[in-house]
Design a protein around this ligand. Structure first.
Ligand SMILES: Cc1cc2nc3c(=O)[nH]c(=O)nc-3n(C[C@H](O)[C@H](O)[C@H](O)COP(=O)(O)O)c2cc1C
Length: 136
């Protein structure tokens, strides 16, 4: 099974999850600056929100996808909202790319809010989540 991990991060929170997920499923965590170069069965895509929207890098990465993606599995951090699931699902729907109903989300530190998040437990949970997704 071919698996890819892509993420966008500004302050490193989502990157922590991306690295844990990639390690758990035996691949590399790359940023959304690296377009997909070959078809994949599962794409773990990590994002967060900045003023209620996902970053333009995520929008561009999705818009530029020109390979076959079996399904996208969302993971995200945010301070206030529950996850980026809805925003990312909308972008993928516009591209007719399948989107898994399962996702991973945890709080991400933002100024004085949620200090230390994602923490060790979140990172462990993200890795566990990824293993379960891949094992089906
Ligand atoms: C400029 C800016 C705007 C943000 N706006 C929101 C927001 O509207 N809602 C929210 O839940 N979190 C918001 N956050 C918090 C981030 O989503 C949170 O810190 C996230 O974990 C950042 O992930 P990253 O470190 O991977 O970039 C904002 C953070 C920044 C820096």
């Amino acid at each position: 099974m071919k698996i890819a991990v892509r993420y966008f991060t500004r302050s490193g929170n989502t990157e922590k999850l991306a690295k844990a997920i990639a390690e758990a499923v035996g691949t590399q965590a790359l940023t959304t600056d690296e377009p997909l170069k070959e078809d994949v069965d599962i794409l773990f895509l990590g994002s967060s929100v900045y003023a209620y929207g996902v970053d333009d890098n995520i929008k561009k990465f999705i818009s530029d996808i020109d390979v076959k993606v079996g399904r996208v599995v969302n993971f995200s951090t945010a301070a206030l909202i529950k996850s980026t699931y809805k925003q990312v699902a909308k972008l993928l729907k516009e591209k007719n790319i399948a989107f898994a109903s399962e996702e991973f989300y945890c709080k991400g530190s933002f100024g004085p809010m949620h200090k230390g998040k994602p923490d060790a437990d979140d990172i462990k949970a993200a890795a566990e989540f990824a293993r379960k997704v891949v094992e089906g």
